[in-house]
Design a protein around this ligand. Sequence first.
Ligand code: C5P
Length: 237
Amino acid sequence: MNPKDRLIVALDVDSEEKAVELVEKLKNDVRFFKVGFELFSSCGPSIIKRIKETDSDIFLDLKFHDIPNTVSKAAVSVARLGVYMFNVHGLGGYEMMKKTAEDVEEEAQRLGIEKPKVIAVTVLTSMDEDSLKKVGINESIKDEVLKLARMAKDAGLDGVVASSVEAKMIRKELGKEFLIITPGVRPAGTAAQDQKRVATPGSAIKDGASFIVVGRPITEAKDPAAAAREIIKEMGG
Ligand code: C5P
């Protein structure tokens, strides 16, 4: 896999104008862009169309978590937008994930498009064992992540979002094909900002990440395209 095809740039901005400006600066070096709550809530689905017009691919990061019927219907709508990948929350459970995977597959076939990859969020990196206990989960983070990742795979999902700390274990347990999307990546020698468990682009890939998600180190750089190229080079190394 080309290192360029492993980088997802997080477009954490609040307007279509800012997002499109970044995509225009980056599109020659970057294939994937992540659209999250902030941008989607500000612009709606039209932002997906705008980004797709630049021949870029999209990871829609809305972490759906609701009853199976509601999530699978939202997921089918997302499939119709033509995103490359989107996610649901693993805590929504096996039935929710299974119905979503099945309905998205059926819709993609009906439309004659490639099925979007369906990814599960396991434990948010902002949670520690104490905050897990407070919501009634007494397992260790490691066990909980692995349990939800296994459940996602059994339900027919394509992969999980996981920190590089967990990536190694998931790769070992769930095999080569299972996708692992790793945020919290910082180029060697740059600030971690609010990320708690950071990895470098090279170490994240070495630990088993299929894709890395990088936001501010690229979007806030003086020259975002040069920052992206440097990260792609680090991944290759
Ligand atoms: O700017 P930065 O590189 O920290 O951005 C990382 C992106 O990945 C953000 O959009 C953040 O919401 C997302 N993310 C994360 N940790 C998770 C899941 C998603 O940092 N566990």
